[in-house]
Design a protein around this ligand. Sequence first.
Ligand code: ADP
Ligand code: MG
Length: 616
Amino acid sequence: MINILSPAVYNRIAAGEVVDRPYSVVKELVENAVDAGATEIAVEIEGGGKQKIKVADNGCGIAKDELAKAYHPHATSKLLDAEDLFTVSTLGFRGEAIASIASVSRMSIVSDAGEGAYALACEGGKLGEVQPSAGAKGTEVTVCDLFFNTPARLKFLKSDSQEEGDVTNMMARFILSRPEISFTYTVNGKLKFRSLGEGLPAAIAVVYGASTLENCLEIAADKHGIRLHGFIGNRNFSKPNRTYQSLFVNGRYVVNQTVASAVMNAYAAYLMKRQYPFYVLFLDVPQEIVDVNVHPNKADVRFQDNQIIYGSVYSVISSVLDGNSRAVEYLVGLKEELQAEQTTPVLPQDQREMTYEEAKKELQFDISPNKNNPSEPKFYTPDPVHYAVHAPVSSAETEKSEDFFAENQKFLREQDFKAKQERVDVKDLVFKGELFHTYLFYEAGDEAYIVDQHAAHERLIYDKLQEKLAARTVISQPMLVPYLLELNAAEYAFLSKNFSLLREMGFDVEDFGSGCIKVSAVPSDLMGIDLGAFFGEVLSSMESLRAIRLSDILKDKLASAACKAAVKGGELLTDEEAKQLLERMDGDMGLKCPHGRPVAVKVKRSEMEKLFKRIV
Ligand code: ADP
Ligand code: MG
């Protein structure tokens, strides 16, 4: 049943120009097909979508006497009254897309809802007559000559190939977001994408190529009533920009800063500047805590509580990346292994399932130095191109052929989707010497590894400290001369609220009056570091990372400060020490130091031979 929304309801819906370019037309039409329960959706565009857009689906169809209503502005079958606005589960709900598109194009809808096919056309907003037609069950919408009657808007469009690129990007997102739906996407008669509705890994292979999957870790976490699943690039798989990031909140593609910065910060230790993580993530949250009605294109959502979303996403992603024991519950593969062994992992108290309310309490700090806007943490700001529906997928990525699909399918069958680590068996590596007191050479068959001894040390110390801190086995060491920290009011309030935590981590701290804190003991690994600089770093993170627990910030800062204190470069290692170093790395050649630099570099024999022109 299609309802005409009353002005009272309609006016509460974020209004805005929904159709401003071909990609937004395609978006609205595909969303309608998805909402109609289609399992197969075929999209064709010509001339960048300016000439022609056709979207055909096998969904529920529109009944003959509802066809005219579908063209009516504010006509929707998806909302009855204002109450429904808070629990929107369909993609569309404003009932304005078809009417807006029809007013600026030559449009026709052919639909069969089970009583035979009927067609109704509309030209520049002038409705024709309903006529019997030929057509399969479902709906086929054709939009020709977009903006033919609004030359000003036509002039505003980008070139055909740019508009096409935007549509292609969006189709990629649809394929990822609805991996159970089979999509066909054709541009100027040439097939660009075909997904078979065979699940997310297959969809990722269609969009990014099967090899991308090899470099991905699977995420499957369900906590606090918040579910996060999908695939993320491993620690060494980075992309040069953010266009390889897709987030779907309750099934809707959005660009959301809270989630984007949580992921970015989780990768911080592994990626260097201008490297960006790859991810395809689905975040499912209770409908009551997310507002989808904030953006005209529905391209962002607003969470009731950013901190809990930030905290949840950050903790899941960083656990999986760090590969530590906390990640066990998140990793599907490991979970299965554990089940196979028929052991139930006993989770420490703080890993027990929390309710949403409990989690919210736990993650909330009542100190907010940024008092003007306490619920909006300061995050890095994605640059404007990040509105990724506009960002180009390189043409090499999108040039796909039938063969390629078949190849992907074959490849996928052979793959298990476990993360592939750059791991070598330590037994196969022979230590061959060192260079400049810094680089260690190891040989393994036809490959050589060059290890940066300094970076490797740093990484190992960092890991060990993280472990110690997690296990709370840090030893506190008194200082001969206590250190006095002079703080401003906000800093003082922040630290003094967290005395017990600081003590747990090995600091002996006490209030010294008038904004001063006296530090008289430090974790033994931190002996001799610049305490002023250390607390300065912790406090500078206080604002930007406010949503994470202070314990996490502290652990991170402690570990990296300790590496700085402990590692001395340019030390000559004995053969035995060089071997041990490698054993402690456990053959993981994909490691990066805590600042994101690689620990090891692989050189193939053939590459050496090329250098010396033995082969070309
Ligand atoms: P909305 O999607 O916000 O409801 P639209 O203007 O996009 O508004 O569509 C109006 C109505 O037309 C929808 O509510 C739906 O009932 C019907 N409709 C549109 N496209 C389809 C389709 N592909 N299959 C079935 N019904 C459709
Ligand atoms: Mg719609």
